[in-house]
Design a protein. Structure first.
Length: 412
């Protein structure tokens, strides 16, 4: 059995779509070059829906791509896994559970839901959510030692300078029901609904023109609402099985389990925005112009994260001796990255643009991806790249013929 049976050196059936390569020095230069291509295509009347950017991993690329997109007046939409537990709506329901779970509540724990824009669901006043300055003032004026909710209500009433809205919040906490499956859903759904009505507009008001934070917040609201509904059945099942108690601590723990096992996904929300995909999500799509970013040896394919020593991985891949009974992982030799690269190639209908950078921010050299060896690319000259990113932007000659053909009959 050959050791490279999953490796990148295996043959790749490349489609006939022409490929153009753009080489930049740094990751930020690469992101700027990629977005300059998008801007140049738009100037030649290519619809934004006919262009997409694909990366192997968005984590290192999202910030430079976002900045470069704004520089060229492009609104990007990032299609990626939504980390629900890191969003404000999820943190809000988690903070409410934390207050309800304790007999004696600390000041910071008590005020945390207000910091996360809690508001009463049935309020018609425009005074919600409480301003951050008021919450901060309450932190300085209320006693620091933990106490019961009823004691906190008394402390709030006896402190003249504390915002009256804190009393509304305290009364709501004091009237919270015992944690049963139905009451948990009812209470937390009210919290999320109120956030959608009054908290989400606060995010939009402070957002950038691309509205990325607003989109994430809105998706998180939808995801957390779904999570709350799932809590009803899962909490009931755990209570019946005796693996959980009727406590708000257990409710918060179960919510965390559901959120991490079932991550949401940002959805396409703007037909005039540029789609930026992770390679895992590009399969089966057909897009005239695809820009594959990050075609370096250290990024696509990604180095194996296995804890097994490289020599042991190689022995299993060879299948020699006793190791022939062990199942190899294709990720050790880049099998998954290779499949996603093929999906990216096949998604490009008119032209594929591959980009890479040659150096890290510390000046270390970054070799090209071995996947590029399977492509016959036309490499754009440095002079053409500089012209592309300049104020007098011009599409590289290697792409112009494809764009003219693609734009024929376009009424947009």
């Amino acid at each position: 059995m050959e050791s490279d049976r999953f490796a990148l050196s295996g043959p790749i059936d490349t489609p006939e779509t022409p490929a153009v390569e753009i080489v930049s020095r740094t990751r930020r230069d690469e992101a700027r070059s990629a977005m300059a291509v998008v801007a140049a295509l738009r100037e030649r009347d290519v619809p934004i829906r006919d262009v997409a950017v694909v990366v192997r991993d968005l984590d290192p690329n999202e910030e430079p791509l976002f900045r470069a997109a704004l520089q060229y007046g492009i609104a990007p939409v990032f299609w990626t896994q939504l980390r629900v537990t890191q969003t404000r709506p999820y943190a809000l329901i988690e903070s409410v559970c934390a207050v309800l779970a304790q007999d004696r509540v600390g000041r910071d724990t008590l005020l945390r839901p207000l910091e996360l824009r809690w508001s009463p669901v049935d309020s018609t006043a425009e005074a919600w959510p409480i301003e951050p300055e008021e919450v901060h003032r309450a932190k300085t004026e209320l006693p620091a030692s933990p106490r019961s909710v009823s004691e906190w209500i008394e402390a709030i009433r006896s402190t003249d300078t504390v915002d009256e809205r804190l009393r509304t919040f305290g009364d709501w906490i004091d009237s919270a029901p015992r944690p049963e499956p139905e009451s948990v859903v009812s209470l937390l759904d009210e919290v999320v609904s109120a956030y959608a009505e009054r908290g989400l507009p606060e995010t939009m008001a402070a957002d950038s023109p691309a509205l990325l934070d607003t989109e994430t917040d809105a998706r998180a609201v939808v995801r957390v609402r779904t999570l709350v509904q799932q809590l009803r059945h899962k909490f009931a099942d755990r209570l019946e099985a005796g693996t959980m108690e009727r406590s708000w601590n257990d409710v918060a723990e179960l919510a965390g389990v559901i959120a991490t096992q079932r991550p949401g996904r940002r959805e396409h929300s703007n037909a005039r925005a540029l789609d930026i995909f992770e390679a895992n999500d590009i399969w089966a799509l057909e897009i005239p112009f695809v820009i594959a970013v990050g075609m370096t040896e250290t990024e696509w394919p990604q180095p194996s994260q296995s804890a097994l020593p490289a020599a042991f991985q190689e022995a299993i891949l060879r299948g020699e001796g006793e190791s022939e009974t062990l199942a190899p992982q294709p990720a050790w030799a880049g099998g998954r990255d290779r499949d996603q690269f093929v999906d990216t190639l096949q998604s490009a209908g008119q032209c594929l643009v591959v980009t890479r950078h040659t150096h890290t921010v510390d000046g270390d050299e970054v070799p090209p991806s071995p996947l590029l060896e399977h492509l016959d690319t036309q490499c754009i000259s440095e002079a053409s790249r500089r012209q592309l990113i300049s104020p007098d932007r011009a599409l590289p000659p290697e792409m112009r013929g494809f764009v003219v053909e693609a734009s024929e009959g376009n009424d947009e």
